[in-house]
Each structure stands twice: as C-alpha cells, then as structure tokens.
Design a protein around this ligand. Structure first.
Ligand code: BGC
Length: 482
C-alpha cells in the first residue's frame, strides 16, 4: 500500500472572497452592483451581489465550522468598496467588521490570508474610468496603506490581487465582467494599470512595512497552461498557438508582478499587433523593483488550443487571446459537466515546473482548486447532508499529483486550499454551481457540512491517504455530458 503524505507544516484550508460571501450590509456599491442593475438577467436566477451567503452576519459560526473541519489557514478578501464607500471616506463599521472577522480567525489559531482585490471595484473607481485609468493605482496604494496600518500586524499573508487576468479577460476581451467590451487596446491599458496597482503596493510594503511586520506579501494568479490540442496529434503551428496563449494568459502579468520584467516575446508581440503602450521611466522602475515573497496558484483546468488558420489570423481583429489560438475540444477529456472545465490533475507537474523555471523557484501554494456542481441537493443522503464523494475524489486526485510534482521538482509548495470554504455566489453563475465544503441554504442562511467536510476533518489529523482510491467517475459522469 503506497501512502501519500504531507508534512505538518503544509497548510490545508479553503477560501472565499468578500463580494462572493459577505453580502452588502452597509452602504456601498461595486462594479457588480452596477452590472446587476444594468442587466439582472445576465445573472443565474437573477441573483445579484447583495445577499451573498451573509458572512457579515455569520462569520463567527462559519469560523467555528472551519476550525471543526481542521483548517489551519483561511483566505478571503477585503472589500475596497465597503472600506472606502466614497473616495477618501473610510467606513468605521467596515473597519470594525474586519477587525472582528480577523480576531475570530486568530482566536481559533487559523492563519489569516487576505487579498486586497478579488474582482470587485468601488463604484467611484468605475466612475473614474476603472482599470482604464492608471491613476487609480494611487487610490489602490492609499487603500493598501490603510489596510497595512490597521490590520498589518494581524495578517499572515497579504495578496494584492486574486486572478488579475480575469477582469481583463472577462471584462475587456469578453462580456462577463464590467465593462463588458471587447477592445484589445483597452485590455492592454487595463493590464498595465493592474500591474502598476500591484507594484505600487509591493513597493509601499517593502519600503515602509517589511521590517515592522511578519506579514508575507504576494499575488494569486490563475494558471491554466495551454496544451496544443490533444498533445498527440498537434503540429508546430498548434504548439506556437499554445505558446502565445501561455504568454498572454499565464505569463504576461505574472512576469511583471513576480519578476518585475516584461519578456521580449511579449513586447515583440504587442508591437507587431500595434498594441504596445508607452511606459514612463519612473513607472518602469517601480515595476522592476517588485519583490514578493510567494505566489498563490489557482488551478482548475488547462486550455486546449489549436492554431487559427493563417488566412483567418490576418483579418482577425477580435479578442487578441483568440487571434492565434482557438479552443480545441478533445473527446477524451474528462470534463466537469456543470462548469465545462476539463479535469486534469496531472497539470500539477507543469505548474511546479513553471514555478521552478520561470519564477526562480519562488515559494508558492495552490490557492484554489475545486469542483463546482449544479443541483447538489440530489446527492443529499438520509442523514440530510450532501454526499459529495466526487469532490473528495477530486481533491485526492489533485493532491496525489501535487505531492509527486513537489518531490520531482523539489519546489517549495507550502499549502493547498480548496475553493470554496462555504458555498458562495459565483459572479454570473450566482449560486448555480456549488463549491463549498459547507452547504449554504440561500433561503434561510443555514449551514450544513457536506461529506467532503467530514473527510477533511479526518484527513488533516494524519495528512495522509492511500494512493489507491476511487476516481471521480465512480461517483459522477464526467465523460458524456459535454
Ligand atoms: C475564482 C472565484 C470563482 C471560481 C469559480 C475562481 O477562479 O477565483 O472567484 O468563484 O473560480 O468560478
């Protein structure tokens, strides 16, 4: 019997985010409120951001459950809009709320991890032009300063962003986030603003706080490595398309945010596409000075791509991400039928390789991994809780692959978090797909542990499991419903 084992210092826990879990008590408004007011039908069942899981009221009970489940760490985000409902106005209620929330985690000996931003922007930032206006990086720095002054001494890990590419990909190269446009020039400007926001905060931290606080600082990115087709029948054009996709989707922001650099390939590509912007010398220096302690990697699925035919590329002036690479759907892929994402745990190997080779073996953790399932109530057992054995299998498959990759590459991976600690509102999908270890009944706010929660609380006691276990397909059909 081969046993997979993680050592005691390896963090286990889960996460959520402010907008997705807290609800909107207090008076503030975000890009998501603007979007929802504008087009409520775009959201599953027309459920908007106002009443998400009500963690604002339930945080004490939730944290009690997290302790029961054995979390040694927990990540969420601050709501910039809750804290600064208007420019230069700080909400005392919001500050008190976050103190209480954090103190509760500390009292349960759970490591405190917060992002400054997880897809949400205050409405007044949107009115200034949002990510298209690079001067909002000064507002972001002020917000970070307030967070560090108030809460710095209580936070173990602070992250500037969660998945910074997503608001760009979904808001400026797609219609899933505000402002819902497809505009390559604006997408590049928004990317640049994001990099500057991150870099100003990192420099603030390194110059004023590093010697005063035990906090570690970093950023969380979603890495979805691009695979050329089925990895068997691909051509060199397909591989080139995958390389460009990786450059734009996975590396462009992280190169700048982690290494302080823009690669020659990226600059050449942007020049070729007439999309390069002028970067003032002083800002280039701020970016080059970036020095972070760790990265978080959210991993759900790879992208399979094939090359767009050359003739089509020539006249293509839509979403840059898809100019060279087109999605490829492989009939052999194991698909999460609800989310439409491929399940490929072996990618942990590639992720560790990327960290080792491209990001100088920086310490990292798997900050999100998870399985969204629609209609989970059909798996409720006679005892009244959801038997999500598919989720337990999903976690084991990924932990097995991660464990092997850590040893193979000798990388410094310090933890694994599931998305999500508790069922939450997932943007346009609202409550359609459930991710949590803990079910939330949105009619009455009731919390009920799922089978995966009971599994976790036993697992963390030994941190080991048998390498032989039943795979996801034993419990759920992940082949046919694509
Ligand atoms: C995001 C979450 C989101 C989840 C499921 C992650 O990439 O960080 O905010 O709810 O995906 O779609």
């Amino acid at each position: 019997m081969a046993i997979i084992k993680f050592d005691k210092s390896f963090m286990f826990g889960a996460c959520t985010s402010a907008e997705q879990s807290e609800g909107h008590k207090n008076n503030f408004s975000t890009n998501w409120d603007i979007f929802f007011k504008n087009d409520p039908k775009a959201f599953f069942d027309e459920v908007g951001p106002e009443n998400t899981s009500e963690v604002y009221e339930h945080y004490k009970d939730d944290i009690k459950l997290y302790k029961e489940l054995g979390f040694d760490s927990f990540r969420t985000s601050f709501s910039w809009a809750r804290i600064f409902p208007k420019e230069n106005i700080v909400s005392k209620e919001a500050i008190a709320f976050y103190h209480n929330y954090i103190d509760e985690l500390i009292s349960k000996n759970i490591k405190v991890m917060f992002c400054l931003n997880h897809f949400d922007l205050p409405d007044w930032i949107i009115n200034k032009g949002g990510l298209e206006n690079s001067s909002i990086s000064d507002n972001f720095e002020e917000y970070a300063k307030l967070i560090l002054d108030e809460f710095g001494h209580k936070i173990d890990y602070l992250m500037t962003f969660n998945e910074p590419i997503v608001p760009i990909q979904c808001g400026y190269l797609g219609k899933f986030h505000w402002p819902r446009i497809i505009d390559n020039k604006k997408a590049i400007q928004a990317s640049y603003t994001t990099i500057l926001m991150h870099s100003k905060v990192i420099n603030l931290f390194n110059t004023k706080y590093r010697n005063l606080l035990k906090t570690k600082i970093g950023v969380i990115v979603n890495l979805s490595p691009a695979l050329a087709k089925d990895c068997i029948t691909n051509s060199s054009e397909d591989q080139k398309a995958a390389d460009i996709f990786n450059l734009l989707h996975n590396y462009a922001l992280l190169d700048a945010m982690c290494n302080g650099t823009f690669s020659d390939e990226l600059i050449n590509l942007l020049k070729q596409e007439n999309l390069m912007i002028d970067i003032p010398k002083n800002e280039k220096e701020i970016i080059a000075k970036n020095k972070i302690d760790f990265i978080g990697i959210n991993y759900y699925s790879p992208f399979r791509v094939t090359a767009r035919p050359l003739e089509e590329q020539k006249n293509y002036n839509n979403n840059l991400l898809e100019k060279f690479a087109m999605p490829f759907s492989w009939k052999e892929s194991r698909m999460n039928p609800f989310r439409g994402w491929e399940i490929l745990p072996d990618m942990m190997d590639i992720l560790c390789k990327i960290v080792k080779e491209r990001y100088n073996n920086i310490p990292f953790y798997i900050s999100e991994n998870g399985m969204g399932v629609q209609g989970e109530e059909k798996f409720r057992n006679s005892e009244g809780y959801i038997d999500d054995y598919y989720r337990i299998a999903f976690i084991k498959e990924h932990l097995l692959s991660l464990n092997k990759a850590i040893i193979k590459y000798n990388v410094n991976c310090f933890g694994y978090h599931m998305w999500a600690s508790i069922d939450c509102w997932s943007w346009l999908n609202a409550y359609k797909n459930r991710y949590g270890f803990i079910e939330v009944d949105i009619a009455n706010g009731k919390r009920i542990k799922k089978a995966s929660a009971y599994w976790l609380q036993e697992f963390v006691k030994t941190r080991e499991f048998d390498e032989k276990f039943d795979l996801i397909e034993k419990y759920i059909d992940i082949k046919t419903k694509q």
